[in-house]
Design a protein around this ligand. Sequence first.
Ligand SMILES: C[S@@+](CC[C@H](N)C(=O)[O-])C[C@H]1O[C@@H](n2cnc3c(N)ncnc32)[C@H](O)[C@@H]1O
Length: 285
Amino acid sequence: MTSKPLWETLLQPFFQTFLIDQEEIGILKAEIDWPGGLADFGAGENQYPDYYSGSNFHGIEGGYLTQSAALTYDPITRYVLPPNEDWVRQGLIDRIGGAPRRILDLGCGTGTQTRMLKRAFPQAEVTGLDLSPYMLTFARHQARRQGLSLQWRQGRAEKTPFGAESFDLITAALLFHETPPPITEAILKEAFRLLKPGGQILILDGNQQTLRRSAWLTRIFEEPYIQDYAQGDLLCWLRNARFEAAATHNHWQIHQVTEARKPSPIVSTLEFSPDVSWAGSSLGA
Ligand SMILES: C[S@@+](CC[C@H](N)C(=O)[O-])C[C@H]1O[C@@H](n2cnc3c(N)ncnc32)[C@H](O)[C@@H]1O
């Protein structure tokens, strides 16, 4: 007999009763334009992948395809990213190299990380993409409320509507512990296609080494693919997708920030430098 995750039996009722401000959720629920959001982001018209529509992420019946998932995501996430959600998310922002002009946040959810990206780079065009029309409706509402101008798109991160080489930076926060590894690898290949040469990918998620060593951590929440994620290796998946300079940084033991770059075409300086002469080279005959 498989036992229910700790989350479902104990933590979720505790969170619902003591830590989630039901009144605040009620107010948000009433002020969000759900019909407008669902019309714009195409609820009901999409073919969702089986791994997605068939899983109760976080123990919520219907997973991310519900209003309730969108409304409870932020209040719960606040408590499950120790030592402090803002600090954990800032770890991704701090690894950004240069000043990206076009940024894509894959699996943006309610848009917390997406808004941080916009605040860090106000001049950049920042787009959040997610499969769930409910999460996107919520994300757009929060961004507008905070006076931030962002783009929101509904779609699959593994097959996006964007053109090749159209972004300087692609991010994915807390996405890959929720996708089966073949989907993760497909998303990384898509990210490679979307990035400009020299562009950067940054991934914030659970620390794979720690999760491997502490199996109990993977059993707390109803996360159907977290054990596959823990057994995998993002660096290896990135290299398979042809990224270079892949590195993972430990972030407070239970999180990790992983970065890599799409290679730039190599321009041989030797080919163009007037100072270099091949005469007398020891390779010469
Ligand atoms: C745990 S949430 C993370 C949300 C957000 N990035 C954050 O940092 O809070 C995972 C999100 O990924 C989305 N998602 C899962 N699989 C996806 C896919 N294949 N394409 C696009 N979004 C996906 C879900 O709908 C959900 O909103």
